[in-house]
Design a protein around this ligand. Structure first.
Ligand SMILES: [Fe+2]
Length: 314
């Protein structure tokens, strides 16, 4: 009888500890880490020899709602970096009320050269769903079957009016610090809105840098950019996995990219092409989360300052 009683007390204690640890992890992920913003810095040797460094601020996946004051304050602080170029790879808003907050947060960054593409969540308001579903499927079908209900056109108009280049199935050209940059982007392939054929073909060979921009880093889009000669590819969407297992990494990427390249800098493709063409790929882990999955674990929200340097640099 004594043994049975001790066993029961022990099981109850272990259950209590597990419940408390789970609650602490959820609290940490949703209250602390979700608001523990990081600025990651990375050099990318992609410029012609003899070119001055170019500082590119890559932001993505803000999923902004009016209540996210800490996120807005962090984004506001990024203007202090005075980047040469800002790249926004989409999922900027998660509410019909968020555009004003976004523009206010970007503030002086809108006065700098910038480019943007949309993510599926700029068009579709967030919906509650079981986060575990990402373990066996991506969210792509949710966007191809629903009509847009967020003011994505207004969002694009505001950024374009500020002077940022709209790269949704479009090409663009910028000259920054004397460097000619050829750019192309597609609307979000995750929502089936990419039309690569509208930007296909060789970019300007006289440009010093060729940049491809897309929200979801779907390999077939990255392949097309690389085949056409784009040397730097920028994407978001993955949230770096959002909930990562320490020592293992992301459980899912929610798109076709492999887990190892779910965030950060890598090469594309990983297996060399016959023509030797290759590109640097930077996937931002993003700054926000869906309001219905407000937690990040072992995957701090981030913006990235990429310093582009000459290829010959050590
Ligand atoms: Fe996102």
């Amino acid at each position: 009888m004594l043994t049975w009683h001790h066993g029961w007390v022990r099981a109850r204690t272990l259950t209590s500890i597990a419940v408390a640890a789970g609650a602490a992890a959820v609290g940490y992920a949703s209250v602390i880490e979700r608001n523990w913003f990081a600025l990651r810095q990375q050099d990318v040797p992609v410029l012609p020899a003899g070119t001055d460094p170019l500082r590119v601020l890559h932001i993505s996946d803000l999923h902004l709602t009016p209540g996210r004051h800490r996120l807005m304050a962090f984004v506001r602080s990024l203007a202090g970096l005075e980047p040469d170029l800002v790249v926004n790879t989409g999922d900027s808003i998660a509410s019909t009320e968020a555009i004003g907050c976004l523009l206010e947060s970007l503030g002086p960054l809108l006065d700098r050269p910038g480019v943007f593409v949309y993510g599926s969540n700029d068009l579709h308001s967030p919906k509650p769903k079981n986060p575990a579903r990402y373990l066996w499927r991506t969210s792509s079908d949710e966007y191809t079957t629903r009509a847009p209900d967020l003011p994505w056109e207004k969002l694009g108009e505001e950024m374009a009016e500020a002077g940022w280049l709209d790269l949704n199935n479009k090409r663009g050209q910028l000259t920054i610090n004397g460097l000619d940059i050829a750019l192309a982007g597609v609307h979000d392939p995750h929502a089936g809105r990419d039309r690569y054929e509208l930007v296909a073909g060789q970019p300007d060979q006289a440009a010093g840098l060729r940049v491809g921009v897309v929200h979801a880093p779907e390999p077939q889009v990255l392949d097309q950019f690389t085949a056409d000669g784009y040397e730097l590819l920028l994407a978001g969407h993955t949230h770096g996995g959002q909930l990562r297992v320490p020592g293992y990494g992301a459980l899912v990427t929610n798109c076709g990219i492999d887990r190892a390249r779910v965030r950060g800098l890598s090469m594309h493709p990983q297996v060399a092409r016959e023509d030797g063409k290759t590109a640097w790929l930077h996937v931002s882990a993003g700054l926000g989360t869906s309001p219905w999955a407000p937690a990040r674990f072992a995957c701090r929200p981030e913006a990235t300052l990429l310093t582009l340097v000459p290829r010959s640099a050590p």
